[in-house]
Design a protein around this ligand. Structure first.
Ligand code: AMP
Ligand code: MG
Length: 414
């Protein structure tokens, strides 16, 4: 079998910030490409990226909305209360009693349209009603506008509510529903080829021999691809052979993005870069000063972007989250492609050698006071048992060798 080490002549190893910038530039570029559109029922749009902006189809709220259960009246009349209660109005009911006059009040429920003439709603908790007359029990007199959202205060008909490029989540779906968007236009999901390489790999359904390893990367990558808005296309495992690797990559090039896992290190049977070169790849970087994930490769075939992700499973997931996810989200047309980091208080000291940006498996917990992060003991980037105990990666900047307990650190979310 041919030796793959000849392909390692033109390495471009960059710092984390530089690698992130290169990916961001490409993500920004591809985000603006035209792409096919699908119409999807609103209930099916969670996680999809909006292709056509949703606009308000009428003023929101469409009428002055009572924000509390209570009594609609004129604030100026209240110091001279009691007021005469002339009727009752619930949400979903149209008021037919005409404008509210001086000295009058209407009992009103949350969500009902405040009748003309009234300018405030006094909360039911703040009044006494007897014999059809209402008076204040609070000493503070409500001001005009209190507990009323004026018509059109949230949005005017035609206003932009959810822009194209926004990933649809809870808030966007609720707002789109309020605009009558029973169906919305979303962009089709980018198709992402997942190619795991390695002679040692067997499928999860097979019983491995003593020297074999189950293929976990195809599964973790498929999950990460879905979470980043892509459609995973899992290829059969690629054997450590130059010609087989080249054939598999050439076939995968009809997808929108190729993810190769494994075969990018300095080993004699790491054929990925050589196969990519034979297929006229352009390389943007062939390594990053990070750990785990140093051998990560990013580039483009004549029409398809690719990442060569190191095969050690924790390296694979970290490099996907740092680099492949932003590009994929750009390919999906999303306006926000950046990985998610949060700040958290370090619960236990972390010590490493400086010189690489580290992303160490960690457990992030949070409550209303903020987030805390605890590093997880691990045996290196192949340790999936440790990965299963982690839910995030604590960042040690390349210039630092210690994160002291009690300090605040950045944490990469998966
Ligand atoms: P490589 O990047 O090909 O040198 O692989 C590095 C390490 O990751 C080796 O121990 C491999 O056995 C392991 N590995 C590579 N690919 C996978 C995979 N798809 N699933 C689980 N482990 C893998
Ligand atoms: Mg390998």
């Amino acid at each position: 079998m041919a030796d793959a080490s000849a392909a390692k002549s033109s390495e471009v190893v960059v710092r984390y910030d530089e690698a992130a910038r290169v990916v961001r530039d490409h993500a920004e570029k591809v985000r603006k490409r035209p792409r096919p559109v699908e119409r999807v029922a609103l209930a099916e749009t969670g996680g999809r990226v909006l292709a056509k902006a949703v606009r308000a189809d009428r003023d929101q709220p469409p009428f002055p909305r009572a924000m509390r259960d209570g009594f609609a009246c004129r604030a100026a009349d209240l110091p001279a209360a009691p007021l005469r209660v002339t009727g009752q109005l619930r949400a979903g009911e149209a008021w037919a009693g005409g404008a509210i006059g001086q000295g009058e009040a209407v009992e009103i429920m949350t969500g009902a349209p405040v009748p003309e003439g009234a300018d405030c709603v006094v909360m039911v908790e703040h009044v006494n009603v007897a014999d059809g007359r209402m008076c204040l029990v609070e000493t503070r007199v409500p001001v005009p506008g209190e507990n009323v959202v004026p018509a059109g205060a949230e949005a005017k008909a035609g206003d932009l509510i959810v822009p194209a490029g926004r990933r649809l989540g809870v808030t966007e779906i609720a707002a789109a529903a309020a605009c009558g968007a029973a169906e919305v236009e979303v962009w089709t999901r980018p198709r992402v080829a997942i190619l795991s390489t390695g002679d040692e790999l067997v499928d999860v359904s097979e019983m491995p021999l003593a020297h074999q390893i189950r293929n976990s990367n195809s599964h973790s990558l498929a999950e990460q691809v879905r979470a980043a808005g892509g459609e995973p296309v899992i290829s059969p495992v690629v054997r450590d052979d130059g010609a087989a690797t080249e054939r598999a990559i050439a076939e995968a090039a009809e997808c929108d993005l190729i993810l190769l896992a494994g075969g990018v290190s300095m080993g004699k049977f790491d054929f990925v870069e050589q196969a990519l070169t034979a297929l006229r790849a352009e390389f943007f970087f062939t390594g990053a000063k990070i750990q785990p994930g140093k051998p990560v490769v990013f580039g483009k075939l004549p029409r398809t972007y690719f990442f060569g992700l190191p095969g050690n499973p924790i390296s694979t997931m970290v490099t996907f989250a740092l680099f492949a996810a932003p590009l994929l989200r750009g390919l999906g047309g999303e306006d926000d492609t950046w990985p998610r980091f949060v700040l958290a208080r370090v619960e236990e000291e972390v010590r490493v050698k400086s010189g690489l940006t580290r992303f160490l498996p960690a457990r992030l917990e949070s409550d209303v006071r903020g987030a805390r992060v605890r590093p997880i003991a691990w045996q290196g980037s192949g340790d999936l048992a440790a990965a299963a105990r982690a839910n995030a990666f604590v960042v040690v900047p390349e210039t630092m060798d210690t994160l002291a307990a009690g300090t605040i650190a950045s944490v990469l979310l998966l």
